[in-house]
Design a protein around this ligand. Sequence first.
Ligand code: IPE
Ligand code: IPE
Ligand code: MG
Length: 239
Amino acid sequence: MNSLKTIPAHVAIIMDGNGRWAKQRGKERYEGHLAGVDAVRSAVRSAVRNGVKWLTLYAFSTENWARPIAEVEAIMQLFCKTVVGEGDELARQGVRVRIMGERTHFSPEVISMIERIESTTAEGDKLTLVLAFNYSARREMVLAAQTLAKRVAEGEIKAEDISEEHFSAALMTADIPDPDFIIRTSGECRLSNFLLWQASYAEFYFPEVLWPDFGEEEFDAAMAVYAERDRRYGKVIEE
Ligand code: IPE
Ligand code: IPE
Ligand code: MG
């Protein structure tokens, strides 16, 4: 366990920079994604070791479908291979896996792989690893609005009674606490359609390092950055 006094319960990472990492080495973008999988393994180990309870990793956005078809297919294959191959090891580490994103685009094979890893790891109680795959925060909010509109139409709740709690409960993250700490690697400072509702009081950190180079040392350095933050939530903190 880490000796820092505050460890974020929920860390969310926008894993960015795989393509640039590959380019710097004269390799195909795909090789950057492959190297990115090692960084995922390392982040999971670091999260467990630090006592983080929730780790959300942004792996594929709905906007990423607009990339060249060969890259999209390579990412899909890599995702499936990883999801199939890592289940037992994650279960051994006490990691429960959840895949978050719309499943409508996926083939039945992909859906069954997702269901398999979620069930193999269902007992994990050290860390919940949430993989945001085919995820869009705006789409998530639109779907939540539809869910609530149906509940109103069916007379279950009144429109004027819809609260923040109702809205949160209608999101894909219904039973997941809001992220405390959002990290985006590669120096880009934007959310790119990630957890827009849930990020409302998160702390942010934008290290320059490219995702494949984000190892255990970088994870621990990020934990130290978080421990120095003052979270005020609009209040005045007495000295
Ligand atoms: C992040 O790395 C991985 C995905 C978006 C799937 P990128 O592929 O975006 O890498 P850069 O930003 O081009 O370097
Ligand atoms: C965000 O990265 C999505 C993921 C890391 C999965 P992108 O590289 O796709 O985002 P932009 O295009 O730079 O905003
Ligand atoms: Mg990118």
